[in-house]
Design a protein around this ligand. Structure first.
Ligand SMILES: *[C@@H]1O[C@H](CO)[C@@H](O)[C@H](O)[C@H]1NC(C)=O
Ligand SMILES: *[C@@H]1O[C@H](CO)[C@@H](O)[C@H](O)[C@H]1NC(C)=O
Ligand SMILES: *[C@@H]1O[C@H](CO)[C@@H](O)[C@H](O)[C@H]1NC(C)=O
Length: 767
């Protein structure tokens, strides 16, 4: 039997509802206490075409107007909205066509934390804001006012098994077609799109098919762009897809075939995994090895006679004399009259201070006997340096920069000179960017300044005070991470672009590859700048593939061969994966973004500790790989890359020369003994030591050259800034085909290195 409420109960209920009503009426008269400038703008309809504010805060059962406004203000927003009593949304505008409800009373729900305040209702938002309330209509797909040559292509699905595009950037507040696609195209990507509002992707059109992306109705791409609420930025697993106009592509790579693609071939089996290789002025190549890499009885130093590559036993000479460990040292060919090689730094203990020289004797086909010389107790650096770089200065001194004292320990953020002058010079920029600046890229500029490229920065130092005279713009990284770096351990590779008589063009520096700190994305671009041109900024040119730890070799025809390295990881032992087996030829005589040719592929993985140097016959000696990763071999095999000119079958020009010791500006006569002198050119390639993406000593010069009959005149470069003193390979070129080179010295030995170092342990050639 049901019981009816007693009279007493009814009276009590009546009293309570009266009390509630009158209390509410009483409290409603109190307005929320808002930050200065904030006020109530009305009750808005939410979700008619998507959320009308972009950023939802966590639900709060105790929500008040003050709390929501405070949270949005703190997060930097100008609009706050409360819905359904406990929900709080922030934004900078009403988006998705949100409009006022027909009656303010539709925001009828009390705030969870204050029954005296209204916090929207179902699909109704109480809107508070500061400044002018901006309202955007229902978004559309952006197909006008796009940056560059981007065109809207439609809404597509992600691939069933993987994302269509690997390069993802989350742009939480700024994502839009304009923002995302500008980013893609600045790094050379011709396809891209936005997904789920905040995600920006860059890639290539071909990836859509490769990864199974399919066309979907535009209505699937209905998430508003946070950076531009007038437009849609994809949806869940849906991309608003855009492509760059094919009639005006961002880059054109060449795909030569047959001999035009060049060729890798095994040159000679090796005896060591080299740390650094140097082509000597005797025409032979020294290989030095770090302790403990190879055989227990290794002397750590060997010399390859390329003319005997077909006979393994005759090709290699065991060298002796290294007393300390060359592990991550620098190398140069000195400007003394015999072109001694110097090896600088190393690891650990005494090795860190190492100064070692070799006087290259003999010639291809004839015996060499000299060994390395070292006197670790008496001839040493001022500071121990693991991973330093060295460069020949204009005045003949050798500048040695950077390094660290050991793995993951103190930087050596300074530089010193050899022969020793004064104390070390502190360089605060190396301290600040430690440990991402090892093996910095050093170049003497035609104006006399010293270019230093390190981590993702570059600057010019005064050659006398070593103070910074100009900080260059920051080096752009990659599309994923603009902060990606270029020097060890984020190791890319650098080159001086050709300098041509009359040397009026500013010098260009090129840096290719590199990687990022942390979860690494490897760079797939080369960047270049004219450091001395104050208006110059970095030009980004996309590479056909990603490369960390690449090597680059300057070729006698003014092109550059990019080889070696990996597509994932960073430099170091066991830190990289996916060897990059493709050779890329970079031709700076072509227009920007049309300079790369995809050449032949090798089968040999060359990761950490690999090298590339151009030999006297114009082929590139490719060596090394010391990955210590248990996956890829410790690599002893030495290959050559034969550029197209070595395969064309065209006859090589040839010349004879008597004067091989040039002063600046001197006119030197050569006799051309083979090849047409019509259109003939000469080139000079600086003597190079190759290690860790550095080609220390590299410089490519096309000197003034003229012929009368078969007597030709080469004019030496004019001064020690355009061409610091040193040894160069002189080539002549008939059309595309280089001669065999002859070694010449330019600029003498102004620092009297020939009488150095001061120790009887070193044989000195004199001045
Ligand atoms: C090291 O030992 C191997 C094998 O016994 C031998 O072939 C090689 O000549 C030795 N190398 C040196 C530098 O003694
Ligand atoms: C080269 O220049 C540096 C910087 O001024 C100076 O310290 C050094 O002594 C110079 N070298 C020679 C050989 O004059
Ligand atoms: C080398 O491999 C790439 C793919 O990685 C290919 O596109 C290219 O055609 C190959 N080169 C040659 C000469 O076959």
């Amino acid at each position: 039997m049901a019981r009816s409420p007693s009279l007493t109960t009814l009276a009590l209920l009546h009293f309570l509802s009266w009390l509630t009503l009158s209390t509410a009426n009483l409290i409603q008269k109190r307005d929320p206490v808002l930050p200065s400038g904030w006020s109530y703008s009305g009750c808005y309809v939410d979700n008619a075409n998507g959320r009308i504010l972009i950023n939802q805060q966590p639900d709060d059962a105790q929500l008040t107007v003050e709390k929501c406004v405070g949270a949005c203000k703190t997060a930097g927003y100008t609009v706050a909205g409360m819905e359904y009593s406990t929900q709080c949304f922030c934004g900078n505008a009403i988006i998705n066509g949100g409009s006022l409800a027909s009656a303010d009373t539709q925001c009828s729900m009390n705030c969870g934390g204050n029954a005296a305040e209204k916090c929207g209702a179902g699909n109704r938002m109480s809107i508070y804001n500061t400044g002018t309330l901006v309202k955007y209509p229902v978004p559309t797909n952006q197909n006008t006012n796009l940056p560059g040559k981007w065109v809207y292509k439609g809404c597509i699905s992600e691939g069933p098994n993987s994302r269509i595009w690997q390069y993802q950037t989350i742009l939480t507040n700024t994502n839009s077609a304009t923002e995302c696609l500008s980013r893609c195209s600045s790094f050379g990507f011709m396809a891209g799109g936005m997904e789920y509002g905040t995600e920006c992707y860059c890639g290539d059109v071909v990836d859509i098919q490769n990864n199974g992306g399919l066309p979907k109705p535009d209505s699937d791409c209905a998430t508003t762009c946070p950076g531009d609420p007038r437009y849609y930025c994809g949806g869940g697993s849906r991309l608003s897809y855009y492509a760059w106009s094919l009639t005006d592509p961002l880059y054109k790579w060449s795909y030569p075939t047959g001999n035009n693609a060049g060729n890798y071939k095994l040159f000679v089996p090796g005896v060591v995994v080299p740390l650094i290789t140097t082509l000597g002025v005797n025409g032979k190549v020294t290989f030095v090895e770090k302790y403990g890499t190879g055989a227990a009885n290794s002397t750590g130093a060997y010399e390859l006679d390329p003319s005997k590559a077909n006979t393994f036993s005759a090709a290699w000479r065991t060298m002796r004399g290294l007393k300390t460990d060359v592990f991550c040292s620098a190398g140069l060919t000195l400007p003394d009259k015999v072109g001694r090689q110097i090896n600088i730094g190393g690891w650990s203990g005494t090795s860190l201070f190492g100064i070692r020289t070799y006087w290259p004797d003999g010639s291809p086909g004839t015996t060499s006997v000299n060994d390395w010389q070292e006197d670790a107790a008496n001839v040493k650096l001022q500071q121990g340096r693991w991973y330093p770089s060295a460069v020949q200065m204009s005045n003949g001194s050798i500048l040695v920069m950077g390094g660290e004292q050991c793995s993951n320990c103190a930087a050596v953020p300074n530089m010193e000179l050899l022969p020793q002058v004064g104390p070390v010079v502190n360089l605060d920029f190396l301290q600040r960017t430690d440990p991402y600046n090892l093996y910095p890229f050093l170049t003497i500029l035609p104006g006399g300044g010293i270019f230093v490229g390190y981590y993702n920065e570059a600057r010019i130092l005064d050659p006398v005070t070593f103070n910074t005279v100009r900080t260059l713009p920051q080096i752009p990284g990659n599309v994923n991470n603009p902060l990606a770096g270029r020097t060890y351990p984020l190791e890319g590779t650098a080159m001086i672009m050709p300098q041509k008589a009359p040397y009026s063009d500013p010098l260009t520096m090129l840096i290719c590859g590199g990687s990022t700190i942390g979860p690494s994305t490897v760079n797939d671009n080369c960047v270049s700048i004219q450091p001395e041109n104050t208006a110059s900024t970095w030009t980004i040119e996309r590479m056909p593939s990603q490369r960390v730890m690449p090597c680059i070799a300057a070729l006698p025809d003014g092109t550059y061969l990019i080889v070696n390295g990996a597509k994932k990881g960073v430099a170091g032992f066991g830190l990289a994966e996916s060897p990059n087996l493709n050779a890329v030829l970079y031709d700076p005589s072509k227009p920007v973004n049309q300079r790369m040719s995809i050449m032949a592929n090798t089968t040999v993985a060359r990761l950490y500790h690999s090298e590339a140097i151009t030999m006297q016959d114009g082929r590139v000696l490719v060596s090394g790989s010391d990955p210590q990763d248990g996956k890829n071999p410790e690599e002893y095999r030495v290959e050559v890359f034969e550029p197209p000119y070595a395969l064309s079958g065209l006859p090589k020009p040839a010349f004879t020369i008597t004067n091989k010791d040039w002063s600046y500006g001197q006119q030197v006569t050569i006799t051309v003994t083979a090849g047409s002198t019509t259109g003939m050119r000469a080139s000079l390639l600086g003597a190079v030591s190759s290690t860790h993406g550095n080609s220390m000593g590299q410089r490519t010069i096309f000197p003034a050259f003229s012929c009368a009959g078969n007597t030709c005149t080469v004019t030496a470069p004019p001064n020690n800034k355009i061409c610091p003193p040193g040894w160069f390979q002189l080539f002549i070129l008939a059309g595309p085909t280089p001669s065999i080179s002859t070694w010449v010295r330019i600029g003498g030995d102004p620092a009297r290195i020939g009488n150095w170092p001061p120790s009887a342990a070193f044989t000195k050639p004199g001045i």
